[in-house]
Design a protein around this ligand. Structure first.
Ligand SMILES: Cc1cc2nc3c(=O)[nH]c(=O)nc-3n(C[C@H](O)[C@H](O)[C@H](O)COP(=O)(O)OP(=O)(O)OC[C@H]3O[C@@H](n4cnc5c(N)ncnc54)[C@H](O)[C@@H]3O)c2cc1C
Length: 484
């Protein structure tokens, strides 16, 4: 089929499959203000696979640029890993069970959307008042800036001085600093004279730089490539973002208000309960098969944007098959998954005890815990945390009780959300690419494959979820706008 025929076929198939209101797939809400966006003459028809923040923001950007866009989202809700729990919490309390925060500096695109949509960003001071457990002993942030204490852990003088100024988790920066200005373009880590470091582990780089044994033990991963670690630090330096930012923010009322705002503006362009099952692609367009209300459907378009994490994309049949390079990337990209713990407390008991609610517990059943929704009136309060997959509510609560230094724990409800059990969004942030593999991944992971473009938290240089998702959305919207 040549380009003209394919596009003609696309238009017919599209109108057949998308008679407004004919499908039983729920639209998210009535079209919002921006629904007045008209498709411009010659605007492309684009299907976006996946209605997480990446898919929604890509669709929003394409809609604003005058393209005819449809988001096919498998689950019955939009937002993917951006999700705010309200029920069964009491008294108007809420908890972000997915993405919890953005930073400033950093997240410029995300924060601009918050402004555009009138969403208030609240400071989230969870790291500045954190109690950190090290070998079962609690340390305040102040203690972890104390050179004597740091040297007592085994760090050398120079390291202790650096950590005292920049914070404990920034220590690798001391050894990375001489390399960072070599990365002139934050999207180009290769060919700048450092390629051999992709075959060297961070551990060996730190040894080579004469880091203390303690620094090598704590920060020296044997599996992370030194080049990739340097690159991530260089990106942060380029964006003027600290390695462990403390200026954190969240959206008042829950971060899902952001994805809800996109979905509202996209209106009936978002089709829920519409899992994509097969992608056929050619030189001039794509033909997408999906299910809706149990019925097999298909539609055609000029472009497909894949905003489904790659591990989940593996379940979708693709014809013709991916190129060998793209198939390798899709098969080998590794993702993390997380479990979120939510504690509802009858009272903010930590205030009575004079303790911080924010703890790095560092136990298997509770890694971190901190307060959220503190602006909601009333005594009842929320603590949320992160735990290893499989942790039960009882285990998380027991871990909390073990770590909490006071006496009056007053938790009346514990809930655990296991993302790994989500049928459509089990995997979350992309892991590092592994030793010596950067050339195979980069930039292939971003490269369009014919008429298929790639957006998502996995499809940017820095793997900070919503930041990467919204940045990749802008990139893809530009790519399609320019080539259509
Ligand atoms: C507990 C937790 C804490 C986090 N904390 C932060 C944080 O503080 N800051 C931050 O920036 N990020 C954070 N993240 C990461 C962030 O939430 C994600 O990286 C980001 O939301 C991913 O967005 P996405 O659109 O790329 O992918 P997803 O959100 O995974 O969206 C993909 C969508 O595709 C859909 N889908 C899957 N298969 C199909 C199919 N066949 N057909 C159609 N649709 C399909 C899924 O249902 C899903 O809605 C956190 C994540 C978790 C889980």
């Amino acid at each position: 089929m040549n380009r003209r025929n394919f596009t003609k076929h696309s238009a017919v198939a599209a109108s057949a499959a998308f008679v407004p209101g004919s499908g039983t797939g729920q639209a998210v809400s009535k079209p919002g203000k921006s629904d007045s966006c008209r498709v411009k003459p010659g605007g492309a028809r684009v299907i976006v696979a996946g209605g997480g923040i990446a898919g929604l923001s890509t669709a929003y950007e394409l809609m604003k640029r005058g393209h005819d866009v449809t988001v096919l989202e498998a689950s019955r809700r939009a937002g993917g890993h951006v999700r705010t729990m309200h029920k069964p919490l009491d008294d108007g309390l809420y908890a972000d069970i997915g993405a919890e925060q953005c930073t400033k500096p950093g997240y410029e695109i995300y924060r601009a959307y918050a402004k555009e949509f009138g969403l208030e960003l609240l400071p989230y001071p969870r790291r500045t008042t954190q109690i950190t457990y090290i070998k079962d002993k609690p340390y305040t942030e102040e203690m972890l800036r104390d050179r004597k204490i740091l040297q007592g852990f085994g760090y050398n003088k120079r390291e202790a001085a650096y950590m005292s100024e920049h914070g404990m988790n920034s220590l690798p920066g001391l050894y990375y600093a001489p390399y960072l200005d070599m990365f002139e373009d934050e999207y180009q880590p290769l060919g700048i004279g450092l390629d051999e470091l992709d075959h060297i582990a961070v551990k060996d780089l730190l040894k080579r730089e004469k880091a203390s044994e303690k620094a090598v033990q704590i920060y020296g991963s044997a599996f992370t490539s030194a080049l990739q670690a340097l690159w991530q630090s260089a990106i942060l330096k380029h964006r003027k973002v600290p390695v462990m930012p403390t200026q954190l923010f969240r959206i008042k009322g829950g971060n899902q208000r952001m994805t809800d705002a996109f979905a509202k503006r996209l209106g009936q362009r978002v089709r829920l309960g519409a899992p994509i099952t097969k992608i056929e692609h050619g030189e001039s367009g794509v033909n997408i098969h999906f299910k809706e209300s149990g019925q097999a459907k298909s539609t055609s378009a000029d472009y497909l944007v894949n905003a489904i994490p790659l591990t989940t994309l593996l379940r979708v049949t693709v014809e013709p098959r991916w190129s060998a390079e793209k198939a390798w990337v899709i098969q080998n990209t590794m993702f993390d998954f997380q479990s979120r713990v939510v504690f509802q407390a009858r009272t903010p008991f930590w205030k009575r005890d004079g303790h911080s609610p924010n703890m790095a517990c560092r136990s298997h059943h509770l890694h971190l815990v901190w307060e959220m929704a503190e602006e909601v009136e009333g005594d009842r309060s929320i603590l949320i945390g992160a735990a290893s997959a499989g942790t039960t509510a009882e285990q998380a609560l027991a871990a909390y009780r073990r770590r909490y230094p006071g006496t009056s724990v007053d938790i009346e409800r514990t809930l655990v959300h296991h993302w790994i059990q989500d049928p459509w969004a089990p995997f979350c942030e992309r892991r590092g690419f592994g030793l010596g593999r950067l050339k195979k991944f980069w930039p292939e992971i971003l490269r369009p494959h014919g008429r298929i473009h790639f957006a998502g938290a996995y499809a940017d240089n820095l793997t900070w979820g919503q930041e990467a998702a919204t940045r990749s959305a802008h990139r893809v919207a530009e790519e399609i706008d320019e080539s259509s």
